[in-house]
Design a protein around this ligand. Sequence first.
Ligand code: DGJ
Length: 726
Amino acid sequence: MAISYDKEQKLFHLQTPNTSYVMGVCEDTHLLHLYYGAKIKSYSVVMENFPIREHRSFECEDISIGAYSTGTLPLEYPVYGHGDYRSPAFHAEYCDGSHITALTYQGYEIKKGKTPLKGLPATYTESDDEAETLYITLMDQLTGLSLILSYTVFEDSDAIVKSVLVKNGGSSSIYLKTVMSSCIHLFDKDYDFVHLEGTWARERSIQKRPLMTGTMSIDSKRTTSSHHHSPFLALARPYATETCGDVYAMSFVYSGNHIETTEVDAFDTTRAMVGINPFGFGWNLNPGEEFQAPEVVLTYSATGFGAMSRTYHKLYRTRLCRGKFRDLERPVLINNWEATYFGFNEEKILRIAEKAKTVGVELMVLDDGWFGKRDSDNCSLGDWVVDKRKLPNGIEGLASKVTELGMQFGLWFEPEMVSEDSDLYRAHPDWCLHVKDRRRTPSRFQLILDMSRPEVRDYVVDAVSSVLSSAPISYVKWDMNRNASEVGSAGYPESQQSEISHRYILGVYEILERLTSAFPDILFEGCSGGGGRFDAGMLYYFPQYWTSDDSDALERLYIQHGTSMVMPACTMGAHVSAVPNHQVRRTTPLKARGDVASVGQLGYELDLNTLSEEEIQAVKAQIIKYKELRHTVHYGEMYRLKSPFDDRCCAWEYVTENQIVLMYCVAHARVGLGRTCVKLEGLDPDAKYRDKESGVVYDGDYLMHVGLYFTDKADLESQLLIFDRV
Ligand code: DGJ
């Protein structure tokens, strides 16, 4: 059994294949976090051996359960009140104006399977036998507030999925100010705080800094998870590498304002929490109502970051992504954005598609600019009506011609936005997020539609659906190109304005649920100015995501490396674009651009008609090779063998039972520094593998222990090797 309860010791023990998570009920009152780490057979409460029954000066005593300090207890779900001065997981204001909560343990239930979270993205099971879930109830007797903490353990994963349901069982309204989704305690502070930071076109760069006494956090206040800080945190031993060292990781399945925070107290206990950012958040919970906090996926690895990532990759690929495309090889696409920007017409698009067809591209995507009067980014968002000046035969005419070529057709939308210069905004100026009497700050000339309002959501669903039903459309690129500034809604009273940023995201989730269920045969790819909002919440609706607007081969080594900390390769949109690159002006070899993009969801984003015949033949060969390796890259296990952040080169390996794919690329060549040895991982030492190109056969143990040598002669020299098991 994955979850057990020891009645005598009052201990909950959650076991995954390699980890244990233990909580204990102390004096029938407090739920304590006792252990998280490598799997143990059992846990014994030996009080002398455990630093919880401590009394410290200037810490309050909990006289109800003995003379020890509440301020040092490792509470599983800490609240404000009665002497815990660290940041709480839960903080509320009650009708008498007080802020004090006192949670006492009520009981538990263990059930097979996993219950979906209402209105929120979440990991799921396909049969109840795949997982077990523990529900623990805590209650504040005075107000009737109760919290149900849930913990799911999947049978074959080292993940533990946590979430919190808040219920108001009292007779007065409760104003929720902080509802964290997960809290853990570690009993020392010898960790690095590891996170993914970035900005537009430089997403998810790996950052590490030593944990210090006091509070450290990353967050988003942008009403989107953002380019700037991914909703992910790992606490790792300073010596942790890809293959060794403790790593505690937390990935938040949420796309709005988030916070990942640690607090190290004076006694070197580390509290780590993840949840909705309390900044700008407040929720009125009326008697009888419930509030569901989003879920956090935790994993512990005793063997470094590689195993951590592989746990996320497998769970997210198989039990977070949904729909028919989850397990399918997805089409190689061509997108016209960097080829034409807004300056296209039907003929130009058809010329791009025709050429793309000849090299093996499977899907033509028409990007921004097909609707309203959109000749630049300053108008028409919200008016989802085709621009007949550019497309005289409508979307249907163009889509039919593309499908007649034997390709699929896809279309760009940015449904969450409205341009100030649009018919929609002129008709409904109060349908955007705004605060009465305050300036509405545009960004890229656009405002954000108020998805907290049902009538706005209905408009968006109807407008997008009517285009999707009007033509043979197989793919949608769902873009989102700004962060929120004045978060307020004309649809809610003053007392509920602090709910709007969370209600916005709930509204977006509802729209995505309605559209993806109504159009199950359409592949939806997410985008937010590249890889903004590329978070676990979005994967529930989008099985793939445009990783970054920067498709320069060198920049992509960093971006895809950082992204792979949490996201599997099958979710990463990766395109070959023109040189000099439009973002960094760098000229890189076509081979490197192709090799780096081939270990994501391959696409092209240039006008292939501008390439020489030799280049066209090279693109053709790239696509043939990609079709041979994509199954392994997308559904295999990934090993990061060399990091562009630490090495002069980058090497990523993908392994299935029958094949290995190795992508090697020089980031920065230096004269006279010898050669680089890359040792493969995760192979069967007794198996033999044949290099598809050279025909050389290697033993598995040779590839893992002797390795392959590469001479790093020039920047961006790359290799994409396929080895078949023989
Ligand atoms: C931002 C996206 O990331 C680009 O790929 C492109 O779709 C533009 N928006 C269009 O406005």
